[in-house]
Design a binder for this molecule. Structure first.
Ligand SMILES: Cc1ncc(COP(=O)(O)O)c(C=O)c1O
Length: 415
């Protein structure tokens, strides 16, 4: 399977434009670091509570990332509910796998359908299983759970974790309070819909369980805030726009393909940390921006989808959700064509990417746990290509991308 990267020499259409655009916001956030932190934290909790339809915002715990939130949650479930293992899709990010390991648990992988969901029959087979947790991410946008699957999730004896890292602030998979051990986690990190400077939260849907988490209230977790790491990160991101900087620092595309990148990576042990004031301030600002921007983009995306369908066929849109449910645009391209299309777009300055390398193929996890094959996860991974349509993408870039796609046939005939 080909996993070659196709980086543009000169990036004009970036995957995550906020990397370069949020710096002024960040500076103004820094100048406000002495603000009333309780007001900011409670403002953010209130906003999250509205999305999740949680009446008591004290059921929401703010962390420095979704990974921190998951690690904290699993550590408590392990200590107080004797959880030993987590069921998670093989097609998911290594941050999730590393969070499970950081909490001292093992994981089992499950395969996914083309809707990035577990097979109904597989979940049903887990109904009697205890001492485990079930993790279900909403990948590439806001994905509602079919009612049949939700019924089965309600019958599980184990806690269920809805991972909304890639959907928040769009509609989550589960809303409201319940007597079931249901939890949600969200992220404000780069590459997520809000694409901010990190941060995340844990939402406890079962009010009675809330007392287990009080050790993770903001006051307990808050760590010393320094502006310097943000200043350094923002400056680096600004400079990484220029190819000379990337070359000098070997910053991006150090590996020719995703398989090589994964071979070089290691398991990352993490300690859960609380959100910082600046992260919370930025998340609040990005929330305001998000809704406005999605509205602006709505008009322009149908033209791009039409271009994709007429150039590459209807199946190309198999992974696509409606615009107000999705960030980035995952299209389906057979593996033998993906590199050529990526290289064509790179020539035009368009940055594309693909993930996730399925966990059952990654040596460092295979060595630790018995992970069975997940053939559909392999196929989805081999076929996905992510186009740079993000919260911050200006409409003129969407139109440009549409034009490039319409010109693809000419290019491929010439080539
Ligand atoms: C589905 C999913 N869950 C959780 C995470 C972890 O989020 P964070 O970067 O905030 O730790 C990611 C990160 O890529 C993700 O894609």
């Amino acid at each position: 399977m080909n996993t070659d990267f196709t980086p543009p020499n000169n990036i004009k259409y970036v995957l995550y434009p906020s990397e370069y655009r949020y710096d002024s916001l960040c500076y103004s956030g820094m100048s406000n670091l002495k603000g009333n932190s309780n007001e900011v934290f409670s403002g953010l909790r209130d906003r999250i509570a509205t999305v999740f339809d949680i009446r008591n915002p004290s059921q929401i715990y703010l962390f420095d990332s979704a990974s921190s939130a998951i690690t904290a949650l699993l550590t408590i479930l392990k200590n107080q509910h004797n959880i030993e293992c987590v069921y998670m899709p093989s097609y998911s990010c290594t941050e999730l796998a590393d969070s499970v390991i950081s909490a001292g648990l093992t994981f089992n992988v499950y395969d996914i359908t083309d809707d990035f969901r577990p097979e109904l029959e597989f979940v049903r087979s887990l109904i009697g299983v205890q001492r485990a947790a079930f993790l279900i991410p909403a990948l590439f946008g806001s994905r509602s759970i079919p009612s049949e699957l939700m019924d089965v999730l309600h019958q599980l004896k184990m806690p269920v974790i809805f991972d909304e890292a890639q959907s928040f602030p769009m509609a989550p998979q589960y809303r409201g309070t319940t007597p079931r051990a249901f939890f949600s986690v969200i992220s404000f990190g780069k590459s997520k819909p809000l694409s901010s400077i990190g941060g995340g939260a844990l939402i406890v849907h079962q009010p009675e369980m809330n007392t287990m988490f009080t050790a993770y209230s903001v006051d307990e977790l808050q760590h010393q805030e320094s502006w310097f790491p943000y200043f350094r990160a923002v400056t680096r991101r600004q400079l990484s726009k220029y190819s000379w900087w990337r070359k000098v620092n070997g910053l991006q595309y150090r590996y020719a393909d995703l398989a090589a990148l994964h071979r070089a990576q290691q398991i990352r042990q993490r300690e859960p940390r609380g959100i910082t004031l600046l992260q919370a301030q930025m998340a609040l600002r990005r929330l305001q921006f998000f809704l406005k921007q999605m509205e602006r983009q709505k008009v322009h995306v149908p033209g791009l989808l039409d271009a994709l369908e007429s150039t590459f066929g209807k199946q190309t849109l198999r992974f696509v959700l409606s615009r107000d449910q999705q960030c980035l645009l995952p299209i389906r391209i057979p593996n033998h064509k993906r590199k050529k299309i990526g290289a064509y777009l790179a020539q035009k300055g368009v940055q594309t990417t693909f993930y996730y390398y399925p966990l059952h193929n990654i040596e460092r996890y295979k060595e630790r746990f018995q992970l069975h094959d997940c053939f559909n996860a392999d196929r989805v991974f081999s076929e996905i290509l992510l186009l740079p349509i993000h919260t911050d993408t200006p409409p003129r870039h969407i139109k440009k991308l549409e034009r490039f796609i319409r010109q693809y046939d000419e290019y491929s005939t010439d080539a």
